[in-house]
Design a protein around this ligand. Structure first.
Ligand SMILES: NC(=O)c1ccc[n+]([C@@H]2O[C@H](COP(=O)([O-])OP(=O)(O)OC[C@H]3O[C@@H](n4cnc5c(N)ncnc54)[C@H](OP(=O)(O)O)[C@@H]3O)[C@@H](O)[C@H]2O)c1
Length: 305
């Protein structure tokens, strides 16, 4: 099976389909896409459920999402995951949008049913499940600090926190205008929610952290060892819950998770989010529970120490 195929391959499906056995019926699209771990998680899940289908990667250029969806539909696909940079473009490329995806402003899951394209977002609900599983608590009981409120991931998580009615939401972003813009949007979703903007500097973080339960990293910092620390390590305590949306391909902890573990804080990383958003996509496609433990073990096995 090739690591990924391209849009011309999808256009030429009568020839391309012979590359896949069992037949390709699910895919993830993005640009780039070769790094995606979704096939390593979904193919064992399909096998465990005796579903005769393969899950493949398809590289789709910006501006071609609607066209790609039409090709998937013509080729008999059941569903597609959508990753960077297409989650916003996908919103305008479906026939029906789930209300939660509409509120989150992005689509990461397409289900093709009854000749129609249905768009969902499992990032926000996946985050909710990850928090419940890792910390045995609910977002509505927490005072939450979002580090990184300028990208799609931070937005999805912040909207989910607002929808759940968390105790308090603090947004910190390198570019403060983006945090202010998001705060305005969130306030329209949850008018009663106390939302504040924190300047992006260590002194303000140090002062704020004693009043925070859950710290979420939604920046792209932490994948590389040389990335600057997100927060002063001495500000972390065993009272904190730390959720890093980033994870490392070699399975080692990110600097934030390593600092949190030293402080004996409870932690969860991006792999748990990948797992739960994937499991929710599976549920949308097959209307049955996903084999969560099969998917979890497959993801762990896909890490390259
Ligand atoms: N585990 C999962 O399943 C999953 C799912 C989605 C995303 N993620 C991860 O979540 C992270 C964010 O994703 P995204 O799609 O939202 O990315 P994005 O759109 O590129 O947003 C990046 C965010 O990081 C901030 N940032 C980037 N470089 C920075 C720096 N040097 N210093 C301070 N802040 C910096 C940006 O701040 P500005 O606004 O100032 O630019 C922005 O808030 C990525 O690491 C991604 O891999 C994980």
């Amino acid at each position: 099976m090739p690591p990924f195929i391209t849009l011309p391959d999808l256009t030429n499906w009568p020839t391309t389909q012979s590359l896949f056995s069992p037949p390709a019926r699910l895919a993830v699209i993005g640009d780039p896409i070769a790094h995606s771990r979704s096939p390593q998680m979904h193919n064992p899940a399909l096998a465990a459920c005796d579903i005769p289908a393969s899950y493949i990667r398809v590289q789709v250029p910006v501006g071609q999402v609607k066209h790609a969806f039409t090709l998937f539909q013509d080729a008999g696909f059941l569903g597609v995951n959508i990753t960077i940079p297409h989650k916003f473009e996908a919103l305008d490329a479906v026939d029906h949008i789930d209300p939660a995806a509409q509120r989150l402003g992005a689509v990461n899951t397409l289900a093709i049913r009854d000749g129609k394209l249905h768009g969902y977002n499992t990032d926000g609900p996946g985050f909710l499940r990850s928090v419940q599983e890792a910390f045995h608590t609910s977002l509505r009981d927490l005072r939450i600090l979002m580090l990184g409120a300028g990208g799609g991931a931070g937005r999805a998580v912040a909207v989910q926190c607002a929808l759940e009615g968390c105790q308090r939401l603090v947004l910190a972003n390198r570019t403060p205008e983006k945090a202010s813009h998001l705060a305005t949007e969130l306030q329209s979703i949850a008018p009663q929610l106390p939302i504040s903007i924190l300047p992006w500097d260590p002194a303000h973080l140090l002062a704020e952290l004693p009043h925070i339960d859950l710290i979420v990293n939604a920046t792209s910092l932490g994948m590389k060892t040389e990335d600057a620390p997100l927060i002063p390590p001495q500000s972390l305590t065993s009272q904190h819950l730390v959720f890093d949306m980033v994870y490392r391909a070699n399975g080692t902890p990110t600097p934030l998770i390593a600092d949190a573990q030293l402080a004996q804080a409870q932690t969860a990383d991006g792999l748990s989010l990948l797992l739960h958003q994937g499991a929710l996509s599976f549920e949308h496609w097959f209307n049955r529970p996903a084999p969560l433990e099969v998917m979890r073990q497959a993801l762990i096995a896909s890490l390259n120490p």
